[in-house]
Every structure is written in C-alpha cells, then in structure tokens.
Design a protein around this ligand. Structure first.
Ligand code: SF4
Length: 289
C-alpha cells in the first residue's frame, strides 16, 4: 500500500490503517492479510495527518476493516480533529462492529458532526449478503450496526457494489432500503473494480454494466422518486441510461482514473468518471457520446 502525502487538490485523501478484515468479500479489491500491521500504519499515518494542508475538505479512513483497530480508531479521529478541525472524516467499514451500541456511541463522541460512515449492503437476502461478504453473521451484525449508527445520528453512505450475484435484485433492494433503511444519508450504487478477489472469483461474480443497465436504472429512479439521495459510482456515462446520467459521480480516485482514446472525442468526458486504471478488465461498450 502506497502512502501518498495528503493533497488538497486530490479527490482521494485516505489513510490506509490496516490490511486485516473480518469479512472476505468475493469482490474485495484489497484482499485482507493477517499481518499485525496496525502500529506500523499508525506511525506513518499520524505523520501524514500532521503535515496535511489545513483546508483539506475530506479525509478517508480505510483498509481492510478500520474498526478492527478497536479504540485506536478513536485516537486517529481525535488527532484528525486536533490538526484538521474542519475536515470531514469518511470511514469505510463493513459495519459489523456497530452492532455494539457502546462502540458506536464512542465513535460519535470522538467524531462529532463531520463524520460519515460508508457501509456495504450486498443484498436484501440474508444468505446472499453473507455469501458475498464471506462471513456467516455479517448481515445481522451490519443491519444492527446501521440502526445503531442512525440512532447516534451518524451520516451513513450505504454502498452496493453491483456484481453477478446481486444485480438482479437491485430494484427489490431499493424497495428494501425505502422500507427499512430510510435514515441513510445516501445510497451509492457502484461498478466493480476488476482487481483482487474480483479476478479470482470472476467466473461467478463479474458482470458488465450493459448487463445490469435496466436494474440499475430502475433502482436509481425508484430511490430518487421516494426521496432517498442516490449516486452512481464507477460506471462511465456511455454505459448508463441517459435518464440516470445526473446521478453519476466522478467517483474514481484521480490517481487511478483511466480514459481511453475513444474518450478524447467524447462530449461528456469532463463529467464522466472514466474507468479504473487498476482494473485488469475494461468494461465493454465504451463509446464516445
Ligand atoms: S467515451 Fe469515455 S469519456 Fe465518454 S462517456 Fe464513455 S468512458 Fe466516459
């Protein structure tokens, strides 16, 4: 994992805090290790925080699973708050530890108002979610965690990485979110990066955006109609139905964004997220608009 200086011009300023994880998601782009790396990354990251530009808008905390740091996660947050009081903190977590209401309360205490937690939901079906997460109790713990985060009024980004195992139920998942998780701040429907376990498991999980276009459009439009903010990450505009272009974001980190030669003649390039330069497989159907 490369540690880059935190840069005010970048759209991706994240602290990688551990490669360990208690899930084993089938499409994980950063396959977990069991190496005891928390202290090593802590020392490196504290230097990054201290030398970060004061006007930094957002800082991510990612892994691996950041909550495996236990109370050390709160130390990170307190140090960020001390050196960067106006910077939003965005933690990417599988959400399972937040089943513990005391831990969730401590997170709120440490993080205050400008705190966001991005949590993945893989399916509205227990078995599908657990299978994709690679952990038997993941669904129950993550759903309980979402409720605990909401009761602490912590902003939640609900993330759905679209793959061959969950795409057909995207419209049903949107309805499930409206019925059961209306408190989330927004839903991110995400294209997959072809790296890590996504390569290893490609025969069962890989899917092209043109194959899930209908389901993605239906889910996006439904969530928008019922008043739940929705965004699309990592899918280029030329692979999306025009009706949902306005929900697409420049979601790919600037340092790993790829545009093809075809993109040079495209009229919407400046609004398009492009492709993952890190993917070993390029989405089919890229065509200038
Ligand atoms: S051609 Fe390139 S820039 Fe244009 S929408 Fe497709 S991926 Fe984006």
């Amino acid at each position: 994992m490369i540690h880059r200086a935190l840069n005010i011009e970048s759209n991706d300023n994240s602290l990688f805090v551990t490669a360990q994880c208690n899930n084993k998601c089938v499409m994980c782009c950063q396959p977990p290790t069991q190496c005891d790396d928390i202290e090593k990354y802590f020392i490196q990251n504290i230097e990054l925080i201290k030398s970060a530009p004061k006007g930094l808008k957002n800082i991510g905390i990612t892994g691996g699973e950041p909550t495996l740091l236990g109370d050390k996660l709160f130390e990170y947050i307190r140090i960020i708050r001390e050196y960067l009081p106006d910077t939003s903190i965005h933690i990417l977590s599988n959400g399972r530890i937040f089943k513990d209401a005391d831990y969730t309360h401590k997170l709120k205490d440490a993080g205050g108002e400008k705190l966001f937690v991005g949590v993945p939901l893989h399916s509205d079906f227990i078995n599908d979610h657990n299978h994709i997460a690679g952990a038997e109790s993941a669904y129950e713990e993550t759903i309980t965690g979402l409720y605990n985060l909401a009761s602490e009024e912590i902003c939640i980004e609900l993330r759905i990485v679209i793959n061959a195992l969950n795409y057909s139920r995207l419209p049903q998942m949107a309805k499930f979110i409206f019925k059961n998780l209306t408190f989330v701040s927004w839903v991110a429907l995400m294209g997959m990066e072809h790296i890590g376990y996504a390569i290893k498991n490609q025969s069962t999980i890989w899917i092209e955006p043109e194959q899930y276009s209908t389901q993605l459009s239906d889910a996006t439009l439904y969530l928008s109609q019922v008043g739940i903010p929705v965004s699309i990450y990592n899918v280029p505009l030329c692979l999306l139905d025009k009706r949902i272009h306005k929900y697409a974001c420049q979601s790919i980190s600037d340092w790993k964004t790829l545009y093809l030669d075809e993109c040079d003649k495209c009229s919407v390039r400046s609004d398009c997220c492009g492709l993952f330069a890190t993917s070993h497989r390029i989405f089919k159907g890229i065509k200038a608009l």
